[in-house]
Design a protein around this ligand. Structure first.
Ligand SMILES: [Zn+2]
Length: 366
């Protein structure tokens, strides 16, 4: 699995969460690492990865040597965690006794938290800090949550809690008040594309740029999902070059070339060609609901780019350049009508006896 092989091992390798990285490095530098953190954000955005990096950093032999005097000794923080010392390596191979990972999705009950409490009262095996990473913490039962809260109220001084969740709104306010919260953001298509390019180079995967872009765009901000997709593609096409067409085919994606043509036909009122595209997609066995969703995202991008083109470029990278010309010339009133029509058409696709029909109607009504 490429995502395991290329999982970031230090702060410098983390993609896209600069605000979190900077704050944590600042805490390490000043020797004021907190005792309870909440890492909140969508799946696949690096919460567990950063938790492991922090766990390594606080117990790293290199950090121990220089703690509190990092700035004075000019030890560059990029060297922490060092990934060389025993403590770092134990975390990297997954057998550290001082990093305890609990998946609250499958261990939800009060007993788990009681065990945790007992374990927290015992000193760290390596003599440093003991880090508890509770993943999907919102899944804990009410009793378990309350028990966790009790521990968070007076945590033993050698303990650090990192609670991770994809659903921070489900966390009790009493818990929120005890933790330092970091919100992890979805990664941009540009950030994901760049990471995929680095991996492809290292793995000698010869893949078309447009293909990388298609994988990134389909990942909805989750780098891990994109890396899993790349692994899947490499498995299906074990040798030789990989085209964008193959990427679309393997992942069941709608070729991105459909979107500009479809939007063009709608803007010009060419109903015949627009309907033909719908039929073509349906006949190719692709999912029309999925197409409608992606097309809406594309039309929305056109709308946003009319207000703020640089924002679109910042998020999408160079891949968007050729689209911008079309976006610029699009009539805004028509664009809004198209988005409105397809938003309601998409709702109807699932209940329609003929999946093409709502899209055809939307085209006719425009
Ligand atoms: Zn180390």
């Amino acid at each position: 699995m490429l995502y395991r092989k290329y999982r970031p091992l230090d702060f410098g390798q983390v993609v896209g969460q600069e605000h979190v990285v900077r704050t944590l490095q600042g805490a390490l530098e000043s020797g004021r690492v907190g005792q309870a953190y909440l890492f909140a954000g969508p799946r696949g955005t690096g919460k567990t990865t950063l938790a492991r990096i922090l766990a390594k950093a606080v117990n790293c032999a290199q950090y121990e040597k220089t703690r509190g005097t990092l700035a004075a000794q000019r030890v560059p923080l990029v060297k922490i965690p060092c990934n060389q010392c025993m403590q770092c390596q134990a975390v990297n191979i997954g057998n550290s006794l001082d990093l305890i990972e609990i998946d609250a999705a499958s261990n939800r009950g009060i007993d788990e938290i009681r065990n945790l409490k007992e374990s927290a009262s015992v000193a760290a095996a390596g003599g440093g800090r003991k880090i508890f990473l509770v993943d999907e913490v919102h899944m804990l039962t009410k009793d378990a949550f309350n028990a966790l809260l009790k521990i968070l109220e007076e945590p033993p001084s050698h303990v650090i809690f990192i609670l991770a969740t994809t659903e921070p709104h489900k966390i009790l306010p009493t818990v929120l008040s005890r933790v330092q919260r970091f919100d992890f953001k979805r990664l941009t298509v540009k950030e994901i594309t760049e990471k995929l390019r680095t991996i492809s180079k290292a793995e000698k995967i010869d893949i078309e740029d447009e293909g990388l872009y298609a994988i990134a765009a389909s990942a909805d901000g989750a780098l891990r999902d994109a890396e899993v997709s790349l692994t899947k593609i490499r498995t299906v096409v074990p040798t030789g070059a990989i085209s964008a067409q193959q990427v679309n085919h393997i992942l069941g994606l709608i070729p991105s070339s459909y979107h500009p043509s479809f939007l063009g036909f709608l803007l010009n009122g060419d109903r015949q060609k627009a309907v033909a595209i719908v039929h073509q997609i349906h006949d190719a066995g692709l999912d029309l609901d999925h197409f409608a969703k992606e097309f809406l995202a594309y039309a929305r991008k056109a709308l946003i780019s009319q207000i703020n083109p640089s924002a679109v470029v910042a998020v999408e990278g160079a891949g968007v350049d050729k689209e911008l010309a079309q976006f610029r010339s699009a009539d805004q009133t028509k664009l809004i009508a198209i988005i409105t029509a397809f938003t309601s058409a998409r709702v109807q696709i699932k209940s329609s006896p003929i999946p093409q029909l709502p899209l055809e109607l939307a085209i006719m009504q425009l």
